[in-house]
Design a protein around this ligand. Sequence first.
Ligand SMILES: Cc1cc2nc3c(=O)[nH]c(=O)nc-3n(C[C@H](O)[C@H](O)[C@H](O)COP(=O)(O)OP(=O)(O)OC[C@H]3O[C@@H](n4cnc5c(N)ncnc54)[C@H](O)[C@@H]3O)c2cc1C
Ligand code: FES
Length: 516
Amino acid sequence: MRPTPLWQTDVRLPSFPALERDIEADVAVIGAGIAGVTAAMLLQRAGKRVALIEARQVGGGETGHTTAHLTELIDARYHVLESKFGRDGARRARESSRAAIDRIEALAAELAPDCGFERVAEYLYAETDAQRRELENELASLQRAGSSASWVEQVPLPLAIQGAVRLDQQGRFHPLAYLRGLLARFVADGGEVFERTAMLDVDEAQPCRVRTSGGTITARDVLVLAHVPVINRLALHTKLAAYRSYAIAAPLREPFPDANFSDMQDPYHYIRSQQTAAGTVLIVGGEDHKTGKHDDTRQCFERLAQYASAHFPIGEISHRWSGQIIEPADGLPFIGKNTGADHVYVGTGFSGEGMTFGTLAAMLLSDAVLEVKNPWAALYDATRVKPLAQARKVLSEGADFPAHIAHDRITGGEVETPEQVPAGEGRLVREQGKMLAVYRDDGGALHARSAVCTHLGCYVHWNRAERSWDCPCHGSRFDIDGAVLNGPAIKPLAQPGAADEPTTVPVETAALQGAK
Ligand SMILES: Cc1cc2nc3c(=O)[nH]c(=O)nc-3n(C[C@H](O)[C@H](O)[C@H](O)COP(=O)(O)OP(=O)(O)OC[C@H]3O[C@@H](n4cnc5c(N)ncnc54)[C@H](O)[C@@H]3O)c2cc1C
Ligand code: FES
């Protein structure tokens, strides 16, 4: 089964032309996921002329690969936020997350009544004594942050647990039906959308000039909401780590409680149901791992399917998909002006809460452009410097870029020659001093590209489940013919023999020290 998100089977988003000329706008928005579409719609509605560009298709990024729990829970945990941002910071993080859910509810009611937005409880449950102690601690922090979260000994699931935190008035919806409603309003208000139009670079002059694959956009303000900070080559990437997360959907054979759930395993599972035309399905997500660092990604789907079948009354798996999660090193997203810029803004590091944080980014950045004071802007400042200790995991895995580069300079290929690459598989092959990423399709034809990631030069790794080339350094992903699937890379993998094919890892000390 090729990966396809549940959401894409029942909602088709409209398509838009590619940009083929130079244009002017008040604001250029890069990336048409929940963050970019919401920001574009809010700004156009406030009277700005907005051009929204999308490298591929609207909603085709992580917003089309989510599981769409809307929750004030934060991956980093509130007791960690208290230690990094103080109790007031944790309180403001909760308050702003709630405000984002409230905004989604209001926009859904106004613009996307068919997106099935509903308020439900979210349970975070412990299955061991150690998890229970951590959860008790988290509840205390949540309550200090102003949450009405409460302790319960049981959840309405057939599981033996050690207690849970229950949060009322959280939410869920169909992300693409929601996006469709916001896009319709944006276009009706005169907003312009361009698909298959990739931002190549931004000149931060006055006005800014956004060079794209189809023309230049001249705009006073630029919002880079591409999930990763594609304009910020290094400064932000040292504070972010990219993970893959997996999800499956299957028809439910018995009624399922009207609530969202997540456990505390490492990696954890997240569980919810969804109404579809064919009946109610269960969606289970989890099996996260650092991008480019798993030998057989198909096993992630298999383990998820086994977990779901062992615990819940489901039929055959109908959908499976995976996507990218960007974890910020100090626990909160980076939203605000890009380093050293006055009119270029970024929003990234939304963790597994990108529905709420993406919406929050749109709220904060539209306020910034409209010069409206926002009470949460300082908390999310994209240029902040904090002790990077949210997750030792993020730090130890996210800071391994120099080690990858050093290793890549001396490593050999995974097989000796392209002929040894099996059908349906990809392997690294070293030929004449150059490392190639070679894929053999099911018909036997070989597809070869340079294995050197075009972001900062690590070697890409084969992802079996997605049939893609994934970079372990900052999470860029490429298809079998080298096209960019996920940034921060902007350029495709080079053709072997092409003038721009790197002979070795093209990262120089200057780039490490000076790139922004
Ligand atoms: C399996 C999974 C489960 C998840 N579950 C949840 C959940 O339950 N709750 C929750 O809140 N969040 C969840 N998330 C996270 C959430 O889905 C994302 O954080 C969110 O969708 C990010 O939205 P975005 O608009 O920032 O990015 P995207 O939706 O990825 O949009 C960014 C767009 O920018 C485009 N782009 C990139 N580079 C360029 C360029 N150079 N030029 C032009 N366009 C460009 C991309 O093509 C993309 O379409 C989950 C994620 C995954 C993968
Ligand atoms: S994503 Fe940064 S080097 Fe590949």
